[in-house]
Design a protein. Structure first.
Length: 268
């Protein structure tokens, strides 16, 4: 079977134990982030996870992009799922027992029904099937539209965005920076059908971030969870592409009663 070469950064992270289960490539991403009160997110997390904060705030991210290069180790390609648009709503958490930082997806919308079914079955991720359009207007300018299927209330996201090219500030995210807090995370957290917290290791090189501009015309993702975004412009970044490798999903080890891991990350 063909093997995929895994690139590491100039300061390589050790690979997780075992073998990756899935690989995929994420393309032309917009990262739009808002600070929100940690108390608005804590009730949405399974036991064993706590909200991670930066400068006293939790952060909620909306990320539209398109995906390709999807491969499950030892399995044939998913029919009709070679490439498709995706949209996720994410926040940042820590394992209460180990303090390990990671990403927690509140929702993921995809334009491919088979991919939605695979991701729900294999990774217990909260995927939804959606009508989606992704159009490239120029080399680094895009429009994105998503409307979730099978919901009682419309869940729509519509935006135009553009990458502004690399900058010296973002060539490499510095420890202590907001960009480092948002992107240098190598655990994916979710919950299984019983509500118990699960974790999968992920591996990739550091995100190649660019400055970005965006006009977000409609964004119902946070309000679907009863979360009100602040009346301020989001923090924006763009990334051209990144290959991501995902390891096997495992159940979190229970933490001792009352044990808490400090989660605040100081700003610089």
């Amino acid at each position: 079977m063909r093997q995929f070469k895994i690139r590491t950064s100039r300061s390589p992270r050790p690979l997780p134990p075992g073998r990756w289960v899935m690989t995929q490539r994420w393309n032309d991403l917009l990262f739009a982030h808002w600070p929100v009160p940690a108390a608005s997110l804590a009730p949405l997390l399974p036991e064993g996870l706590q909200v991670d904060t930066y400068s006293g705030s939790a952060w909620l991210g909306v990320v539209p992009f398109w995906m390709d290069g999807i491969k499950f180790r030892g399995l044939p390609s998913v029919p009709g799922a070679r490439s498709f648009p995706e949209l996720n709503l994410r926040t940042y958490v820590r394992d209460q027992k180990t303090g390990a930082p990671g990403v927690y997806f509140l929702s993921l919308d995809a334009g491919n029904l088979l991919a939605v079914a695979f991701a729900r079955a294999i990774y217990s991720l909260p995927y939804y099937w959606a009508q989606m359009r992704f159009d490239q207007r120029s080399e680094r300018e895009f429009s994105f539209y998503s409307r979730r299927h099978l919901t009682s209330q419309p869940v729509i996201f519509s935006a135009r965005y553009r990458g502004l090219g690399p900058s010296r500030r973002l060539v490499e995210s510095r420890i202590g920076s907001l960009e480092y807090f948002l992107t240098e995370r190598y655990s994916l957290f979710t919950r299984d059908r019983t509500g118990q917290a699960m974790r999968a290791s992920i591996h990739h090189i550091p995100w190649p971030l660019e400055e970005a501009e965006a006009e977000i015309e409609r964004n119902d993702l946070a309000s679907a969870f009863g979360i009100q975004l602040p009346d301020q412009a989001p923090v924006l970044h763009y990334s051209r592409r990144l290959a991501v490798y995902v390891w096997q999903l495992e159940r979190l080890q229970p933490s001792r009663a009352g044990q808490r891991i400090p989660a605040a990350v100081p700003s610089t």
